[in-house]
Design a protein around this ligand. Structure first.
Ligand SMILES: Cc1cc2nc3c(=O)[nH]c(=O)nc-3n(C[C@H](O)[C@H](O)[C@H](O)COP(=O)(O)OP(=O)(O)OC[C@H]3O[C@@H](n4cnc5c(N)ncnc54)[C@H](O)[C@@H]3O)c2cc1C
Length: 499
């Protein structure tokens, strides 16, 4: 067993974790990631971009209005305002780090995505924005003296020290050896939960482990039922399913059913640019009936915007599809978690010594449904805020006891069969269309799965507990709101609107 001591432990090396680590100087930070973040983070996969009110005639108020409308009267206004107000500064910061945001002859090249009342989404290297942002943050972290990086260690359990303070974590390295990390402060930045669904755009690391650990240690969580499904993932049956960015629809791509009807026209005034939950449900309904749904982007790929979507073009071609000539088969897929670990304005959780940022955290900004491209923005702004808060607590003289009384490494086995069973159950009951009957059934199936777990299977148990908490949250929310759609309660309950 290896023991590592650090001042601050950041678990996760996506946009949120790296921004927190960079801003925490001069504190000594260890950034741990289960795998190289270039292949195992949602940040690396992000296509569409980062939303910021930088266009002519745009304003913080306008982005706020779109954010609140998409969030379906559930967003925390103050949290949303804090993040959107900081958008310009976040973009400046990324530019300083060298992110090559696309520009046109008249300034920023801004794209329009669903739920946005105007074009305001910045791209970098076309639809490879996330990879460009990640590359810049990783380069900055490599050059930062206060940061050490440890990739290939999956964190499996938090450690609790004196006065019930969280003081680091247990992990396991690629050879299966236990690693004990002692830290004064611990930041969870492990991303989302998409991987708990059988149909997802999220990569292998998005198993919700950070959220599950925090839940297991009594941190407050909220909004667990709010899972966003992306309406246009390539319907190839792959795992994960490749995403076709919403900006394609912003540039003019349209959805057809198998009869060739542009079904979104009759469903929402914004048609294909309606909020994601509306489009995803329309796509999913048809897929459940066994029908194919097509994204017709021929006009985009034949037109002047074609070069703005190199990743989408490459994905289509890799699947034998020429998007300039033929429509693309699409499906809805689990994509983003609005809920998570409840944090305050600084990123503190309810547990001393434990912080969270990025997709794993719940600031309340997204409410019941995230507005497209607001998540990278939130990860960057909140990651930096959190890091600065840690920096303010810098005290080189202070030593704290991070050793706990008695500890032994947790059972470190990743049980793939267990994960696949969880995915199957959540896929049946927690998809874009939910029903109390199926949620009840899901709870029973999860209980039965729990009864089969060997004592001490701590990682599997925590994942199961998280799945149970998600289904329970969906079951107790007896209304339809944003991404949470109950066929047995199809109306929104105004009593549950945010004040
Ligand atoms: C295909 C796709 C496209 C997207 N497009 C956009 C977009 O255009 N605009 C936008 O705003 N948002 C987009 N999103 C969402 C956005 O990318 C994410 O919400 C955001 O990047 C999350 O950043 P993060 O730092 O919180 O987590 P991530 O970037 O997911 O990073 C999580 C980190 O935690 C590590 N980790 C996880 N579990 C463990 C563990 N147990 N131990 C150690 N390390 C662990 C991972 O390996 C990784 O390093 C997209 C998401 C996907 C999947």
């Amino acid at each position: 067993m290896r023991t590592i001591e650090t001042d601050v432990l950041v678990i996760g090396a996506g946009a949120a974790g790296l921004c927190a680590a960079l801003a925490a100087a001069p504190r000594r930070v260890l950034v741990v990631s289960a795998a190289d973040p270039r292949v195992a983070s949602s940040t690396a996969l992000a296509q569409g971009g980062i939303a910021a009110p930088l266009g002519e005639g745009d304003s913080v108020e306008a982005q706020m209005a779109d954010t609140l409308a998409a969030g379906c009267y559930s967003s925390d206004r103050r949290a949303a305002l804090r993040v959107i107000r900081a958008a310009g500064e976040a973009v400046d910061y990324l530019c300083e780090l060298g992110v090559p945001f696309d520009r046109g002859p008249r300034g920023w090249q801004l794209h329009r995505e669903a739920g946005h009342s105007r074009a305001r989404v910045l791209h970098a290297r076309g639809d490879r924005t996330g990879a460009a942002i990640l590359a810049a943050l990783l380069a900055a972290a490599e050059g930062a003296e206060h940061i050490e990086r440890l990739y290939g260690v999956a964190v499996t359990m938090l450690r609790e020290g004196a006065a019930e303070r969280i003081c680091g974590a247990w992990g396991t390295d690629a050879e299966g050896h236990a690693v004990r990390i002692e830290a004064r402060d611990t930041v969870i930045a492990t991303g989302g939960v998409g991987r708990l669904f059988p149909f997802t755009t999220n990569g292998a690391a998005a198993l919700g482990d950070g959220l599950a650990m925090a839940l297991g240690h009594g941190a407050r969580v909220a909004g667990l039922e709010f899972i966003q499904f992306h309406p246009t993932a390539l319907a190839t049956g792959e795992d994960p399913v490749p995403l076709l960015t919403e900006a394609l629809r912003g540039a003019g791509a349209v959805l057809h059913d198998q009869a060739g009807e542009r079904f979104m026209l009759g469903l929402h005034p914004l048609a294909e640019l309606a909020p994601r939950d509306v489009v995803a449900r329309a796509v999913w309904t048809r897929r459940l009936r066994g029908e194919a749904v097509w994204l017709d982007a021929t006009a985009v790929f034949r037109g002047e915007h074609a070069e703005a979507f190199p990743a989408a073009l490459e994905t289509c071609r890799a699947h034998g599809i020429d998007p300039a000539r033929e429509p693309i088969p699409v499906t809805a897929a689990a994509h983003y978690h609005m809920g998570g670990i409840v944090v305050d304005v600084l990123g503190r959780t309810a547990r001393a010594g434990l912080w969270a940022c990025g997709e794993v955290a719940c600031t309340g900004m997204h409410g019941a449904n995230r507005l497209a491209s607001n998540s990278l923005l939130e990860a960057i702004v909140c990651g930096r805020t959190l890091g600065r808060s840690l920096a303010r607590e810098h005290d080189p003289m202070r030593r704290i006891r991070t050793r706990t009384q008695e500890e032994s490494p947790p059972q470190l086995v990743h049980d793939e069969a267990h994960v696949q069973r969880l995915r199957a159950i959540l896929g049946r009951c927690m998809g874009p269309l939910r029903h109390g009957r199926e949620l009840e059934q899901g709870m029973q199936e999860l209980d039965a799965l729990g009864a089969q777990l060997a004592p001490g299977a701590s990682v599997a148990r925590r994942r199961l507990d998280l799945a149970l908490a998600m289904v329970r949250a969906a079951l107790t929310r007896r209304e339809s709101r944003g991404a949470h759609w109950r066929e047995d309660y199809p109306e929104r309950d105004p009593a549950r609107d945010a004040s």
